[in-house]
Design a binder for this molecule. Structure first.
Ligand SMILES: NC(=O)c1ccc[n+]([C@@H]2O[C@H](COP(=O)([O-])OP(=O)(O)OC[C@H]3O[C@@H](n4cnc5c(N)ncnc54)[C@H](O)[C@@H]3O)[C@@H](O)[C@H]2O)c1
Length: 277
């Protein structure tokens, strides 16, 4: 049997430690053997805990020839630099999402990988491997509920770190939906629109408001990320009615419900126009 893949890790924070723990204690075929972190105190303590060699920076880790692959779990702004360093050394690299915080930086990485001529980069988009998402995809593909016309997605974190800023709601959080919804419905996006809601009083000063509402349209479909519950009962009712109407041809639409709201037909029209089929 071949020897374990020797893995280096750049960034021994929350997710970095999770990867070390999982690879070194629960998986076979690879071992994290070396690490670097911007905080030597913290990084060295983690290295000692898991019996890893500690390097002062990512360049020296990559140049050491002591690793066969690199995992990048440092802060987003450093991803491009570290992935580039691994690619230049011809090392496979797993980079936590986002690959980089800007499209230009991602393109530079892809161009470099393309020029090398083999796939060396994998990004940490893991939802498509999640049993819940896989079951959802199976149901979507089965057609049992008809074509998906609208998706409501919510991303809830109990808390975020102090360095979490408003743009990270897109580059670090929404990015999961941008990735997985393509896979889920097998379609690319026509447009992506970000709508800012009113700041809440409880929002931290660094953030306009971490909760935003996003709308993506792919072709005729519409995807709306809804980080907080629709509290308005009429909107909820409309949403349900539209989704029910959309469940064709696999299921006949149920008969219209009795409603006491005389404005419902007008509101349905407004709502339909707002979701861009
Ligand atoms: N796939 C997912 O769902 C998922 C989940 C959590 C985090 N992440 C990603 O993983 C990355 C790290 O997130 P985290 O929650 O572990 O953050 P964290 O702040 O807990 O850890 C980041 C670590 O990187 C270190 N670091 C920062 N700059 C560095 C540098 N120049 N060189 C070496 N080390 C450096 C920090 O000292 C810290 O220890 C982020 O890009 C985040 O988006 C992905």
């Amino acid at each position: 049997m071949s020897a374990d893949l020797r893995i280096g890790i750049a960034g021994t924070g929350a997710i970095g430690k999770t990867h070390i723990e999982r690879i070194n204690t629960r998986l076979r075929g690879g071992k994290v053997v070396a690490a670097t972190d911007a905080s030597p105190t913290f990084g060295k303590a983690t290295a000692e805990q898991y019996n890893l060699e500690f390097f002062p920076d990512c360049d020296s880790l990559v140049a050491s020839k002591k690793i066969d692959a690199l995992i990048v779990t440092a802060a987003d702004d450093d991803h491009e630099r570290f992935v580039t360093s691994a690619l230049k050394a011809n090392l496979p690299v797993f980079c936590e999402k986002p690959l980089a915080p800007t499209a230009d930086a991602c393109k530079r990485i892809i161009d470099l990988e393309t020029s090398i001529g083999k796939r060396l980069v994998q990004v940490g988009f893991m939802r498509r491997y999640d049993p819940g998402y896989r079951e959802l995809k199976r149901l979507v593909d089965s057609g049992e509920f008809g074509a998906p016309l609208m998706l409501h997605c919510a991303h809830r974190n109990f808390s975020v770190a102090d360095n979490y800023t408003t743009p990270m709601a897109i580059t670090s959080t929404l990015i999961h939906e941008i990735d997985v919804l393509r896979w889920l419905v097998g379609e690319d996006y026509a447009t992506v629109e970000i709508q800012q809601t009113r700041p809440r009083q409880s929002a931290r000063s660094a953030n306009h408001d971490p909760h935003k509402r996003q709308r993506h349209t792919h072709g005729r479909r519409s995807t709306r990320d809804k980080p907080h519950r629709l509290r308005h009962p009429v909107r909820s009712l409309l949403r349900r009615r539209i989704l029910e109407t959309a469940r064709t041809p696999h299921r006949p639409a149920p008969p219209p419900r009795a409603t006491r709201n005389a404005n419902l037909p007008r509101l349905v029209g407004t709502f339909r126009r707002s979701v861009q089929y």
